[in-house]
Design a protein around this ligand. Structure first.
Ligand SMILES: Cc1cc2nc3c(=O)[nH]c(=O)nc-3n(C[C@H](O)[C@H](O)[C@H](O)COP(=O)(O)O)c2cc1C
Length: 280
């Protein structure tokens, strides 16, 4: 990767950072207005659309799997692809628990209401979203920046802007203050309207995690395995089983394995574009 030859900005003031983070103008995409040289990552020249389409179209929720094992390399490969999903501010609020210990797995099957998709799955992966992992991931963004130096304004964003954006404070004091600021400022111009509460944070984390979940399902499909996402499960029990932190939310449990001949129970039911797409 190219290193940026960055002309450093002056260290910004704390109040300035707060204002900037709330406004999310300078930092919203990390564009460095002062960089002398820009990073360049060309798109691949050719992507086989038909193969991609085959993967997307052949992904079905499979509720009955064969006994075939899923190789560890395949699982890891798919998880790596899952984690290439985009995430809000690159804060990657997801976690994946591949539950393989027989006793634990048996309990997890029960917690998935003993659904076929869980009972017959070769692997069960619990996909979790986190509302409070962002401070650690913000730190990782700084520590593991892939160039010689992180642009100063971007470092400031991860150090200060991210806490301003995602810390809601005890009794939601900070969240309420931000909401008030956004409501008043928003009367005269566009402004970010959240997240301003713990429940906003849950939605925030769920969005990015769901994208990773879809990547994961498609990756298994591309490896000729199948999956079934399950939210028909007892989240409370699963959290206890896996000893998950309080801020963790079980987004879904993914049953994975090789599709049995009668593993897809019904033909696909989808509706025409006109039902959901609005060009405006
Ligand atoms: C968040 C989520 C939760 C789901 N939960 C279950 C579930 O608990 N059990 C199940 O059999 N299918 C579950 N499904 C699968 C859906 O029923 C399925 O995706 C839908 O019927 C469309 O079928 P397709 O995935 O084969 O295209 C879930 C899907 C999603 C996205």
């Amino acid at each position: 990767m190219n290193d940026l030859n960055v002309e450093h900005e002056k260290e910004s003031t704390f109040v300035g950072d707060l204002k900037d983070s709330l406004n999310r103008m300078k930092t919203i995409d990390g564009y460095d207005y002062k960089a002398k040289e820009r990073y360049h990552e060309p798109a691949p020249e050719h992507v086989d659309f038909e193969e991609f389409k085959k993967v997307v179209e052949s992904r079905r929720s499979v509720r009955k799997f064969t006994d075939k094992k899923v190789p560890r390399e395949v699982i890891d490969d798919c998880l790596d692809l899952a984690m290439l999903a985009p995430s809000s501010c690159n804060l990657q609020p997801w976690e994946f628990y591949v539950v393989q210990a027989p006793e634990k797995k048996a309990q997890l099957v029960e917690m998935c209401m003993s659904q076929h998709a869980a009972k017959t799955a070769a692997e069960l992966i619990v996909i979790v979203s986190r509302t409070k992992s962002w401070p650690d991931v913000a730190k990782l963004n700084i520590e593991q920046w892939p160039q010689a130096e992180m642009p100063q304004h971007w470092k400031t964003f991860y150090k200060r802007g991210v806490p301003v954006s995602y810390w809601q404070g005890p009794l939601n004091i900070a969240g309420n203050a931000k909401k008030l600021f956004a409501t008043v400022t928003g009367l005269s111009r566009p402004i970010n309207r959240g997240p301003f509460s713990e429940s906003d944070m849950r939605v925030w984390a769920a969005k990015s995690t769901a994208l990773a979940a879809e990547n994961l399902m498609l990756a298994f499909r591309a490896h000729n395995f199948d999956s079934c996402p399950m939210e028909g499960m007892d989240e409370k029990r699963i959290k206890k089983l896996l000893n998950l932190p309080k801020d963790a939310e079980v987004s879904m449990v993914l049953g994975v394995g090789e599709r049995a001949k009668d593993g897809v129970f019904f033909p696909r039911v989808k509706f025409t574009r006109e039902n959901f797409v609005h060009y405006c």
